[in-house]
Design a binder for this molecule. Structure first.
Ligand code: RB5
Length: 144
């Protein structure tokens, strides 16, 4: 899978380790930054990741910030994005099965790195169930 990944300063440590993990599992990774612990603004990294997912330049996205909410809120402003916030493996599975989330968001300051890896593994290996959930996600976009 080709995976785009981004974080702010609060998520950069986990992002750096996750890139190695994903490459080790044979995935292609596109890193949208940030790459230091200097304080940055999460939308500066969320928007480029969202655009890459929307354009099909990557298959899926992964984003991390302190709570996950800044990234999730920003990503979900993009019409083609369904970003799901997950802090355990049950939710990681459900954002795929029920929401067909094309971006996984994690709250780096509130989960262990070990949990982040488990969440990523579950997210990447769980399929969308379709059916009634397809009808529901079709109703998400706001008319423009
Ligand atoms: C950064 O301090 C923090 O606000 C950010 O990582 C995130 O939690 C915002 O939603």
């Amino acid at each position: 899978m080709k995976i785009g990944i981004c974080s702010d300063h609060a998520g950069v440590e986990y992002k750096t380790k996750l890139i190695s993990y994903l490459l080790g599992k044979g995935h292609e990774v596109v890193n949208f930054g940030t790459d230091s612990e200097e304080s940055v603004d999460y939308p500066d990294f969320a928007h480029p990741l969202a655009e890459a997912v929307e354009k099909g330049e990557v298959d899926r996205g992964i984003a991390l910030c302190g709570t996950g909410n800044g990234m999730a809120i920003t990503l979900n402003h993009h019409r083609g994005i369904r970003a799901g916030l997950a802090w355990n493996t049950a939710i990681a599975g459900l954002i795929r099965r029920h929401n067909d989330a094309n971006v996984l968001v994690m709250p780096a300051r509130f989960i262990s790195y070990r949990m982040a890896v488990s969440i990523v593994r579950t997210y990447l290996t769980t399929e969308f169930e379709g059916g009634r959930h397809l009808r529901r996600i079709a109703k998400i976009p706001v008319a423009q």
